[in-house]
Design a protein around this ligand. Structure first.
Ligand code: C5P
Length: 406
């Protein structure tokens, strides 16, 4: 879709502008936003005013530009502004403002609005190459991404300092397209009910010991967040994880410990689910008996543990799949990856399987990044490079949506 095609009628956007030579591009972005129907409230930092005039921006947005925590001897309503917006975009975002965001400082109106905002946040950084490469800046960017904000990548090229490299503000058309895509994806799964399993299961041996695995639940939790962003109602059935799960009015969190508990919970939510995404690393076996008291080592030289299979949730859902329901599983393989994934997809009657390998660097268990491939039951197979689990979640959901449409 070309950038002229985005229709942003009724969308409320706060455009934050900070001090940077590239602030002039914010005027072009503002023009694109208002032309496409968005209502835009501009908030500038004091430094931004040295680079672009508030009169230009208030004329283009048809609203007074805000810049101070107090206004005409009145307190500026940063809390209301934070609640009013559907999206907060900061372009250009200086290294200094990003550092304040990442650390929760609120010494100006833009930072106070940022901390009060409940809407998604998009940040388009702009700075000199060495500031960009500095570990402090990179750490702040990582933090902002972990919070869930979208960072619009900087561009590489000549910089205001005369140096060359990374740090240029993305072009206004690029930022505008990212905003258009954001609003388009916000309704992609509206009215859809999504159930996600996440994390490991722990199968008790005795009151203090269990059989478990290294799953952190991060992939499933990122999938839940992405599905919520796309407008879905989400049930997440999650094993024992330490990864925090942010509350959301359309998110229902069910915490379980064992494979059997996960199975029972999934079955109890079964009736109206449109899309299942089974990202949990469910134990395949559990001890036949879980001892009531802690097993003592005294008197046992070679104790054995008798194991029995756990219920296969994916297989059950595949067998009982109703018309229109979509089943996406995960495969974590260490050998014969594609063949094993293919046979799992067919055996469990899945519509799609996401393959990841713990042998890839920075991929799968515990990491914030993942390297995935997607195999559909039509035979379509696509591999992706290393990406954040947040990006991978978007890719997986978009693949599900396009498969549902064909
Ligand atoms: O057979 P395997 O465990 O490798 O299958 C992986 C897929 O099946 C994953 O999507 C996983 O969540 C799901 N699964 C399940 N119940 C089990 C075992 C696996 O839902 N007991």
């Amino acid at each position: 879709m070309s950038h002229q095609d985005w229709n942003l009628t009724n969308k409320k956007i706060i455009l934050g502008i900070t001090g940077s030579i590239s602030a002039y591009k914010a005027a072009i972005l503002l023009r694109l936003l208002t032309k496409s129907g968005a209502e835009v409230q501009v908030i500038m930092t004091e430094a931004a005013k040295d680079f672009i005039g508030p009169i230009t921006l208030s004329t283009l947005s048809n609203k007074p530009v805000l810049h101070s925590l107090t206004h005409d001897q009145q307190w500026s309503q940063h809390v209301q502004l934070g609640l009013w917006a559907d999206l907060l975009v900061v372009a250009p975002a200086s290294a200094h403002t990003m550092a304040k965001f990442a650390n929760g400082l609120a010494d100006n109106l833009l930072c106070a609005v940022y901390l009060s905002a409940r809407c998604p946040v998009m940040i388009a950084p702009a700075m000199d190459v060495d500031m960009w490469n500095h570990p402090a800046t990179q750490n702040n960017i990582r933090k902002l991404m972990e919070i869930g904000h979208t960072i619009i990548p900087v561009e590489e090229g000549p910089l205001a300092s005369g140096l060359e490299g990374k740090g240029r503000l993305a072009e206004p058309e690029t930022i505008f397209s990212a905003i258009g895509e954001f609003f388009q994806s916000a309704s992609l799964l509206s009215k859809k009910k999504v159930l996600i399993t996440a994390g490991p299961t722990f199968e008790p041996i005795d009151p203090v010991r269990f059989i478990g695995n290294h799953s952190s639940g991060k992939m499933g939790i990122r999938l839940a967040e992405a599905a919520l962003m796309m407008g879905a109602e989400v049930q997440i059935v999650v094993g024992p994880v330490s990864e925090p799960i942010q509350k959301h009015p359309r998110l229902f969190i069910h915490r379980v410990t064992t494979a059997s508990e996960m199975f029972e919970k999934v079955k109890s939510l079964d009736s109206e689910i449109d899309i299942y995404i089974l990202a949990a690393a469910v134990a395949d076996f559990k001890p036949e008996h879980s001892e009531k008291e802690k097993i003592k080592k005294e008197g046992k030289s070679n104790p054995t543990l008798n194991l029995v299979p756990t219920p296969d949730i994916a297989k059950h859902l595949g067998e009982s799949k109703k018309n229109g329901q979509f089943l996406c599983g995960f495969a974590l393989e260490t050998e014969h990856i594609l063949d094993n994934a293919k046979s799992k997809l067919h055996k469990k009657n899945m519509d799609m399987i996401v393959i990841n390998s713990p042998k890839d660097d920075q991929s799968a268990f515990g990491f914030d990044t993942n390297k995935i491939s997607i195999l559909e039951n039509s035979g379509k197979f696509v591999s992706f490079g290393l990406q954040t689990k947040r990006e991978a979640a978007m890719v997986i959901l978009k693949a599900i949506i396009s498969s549902l449409r064909t």
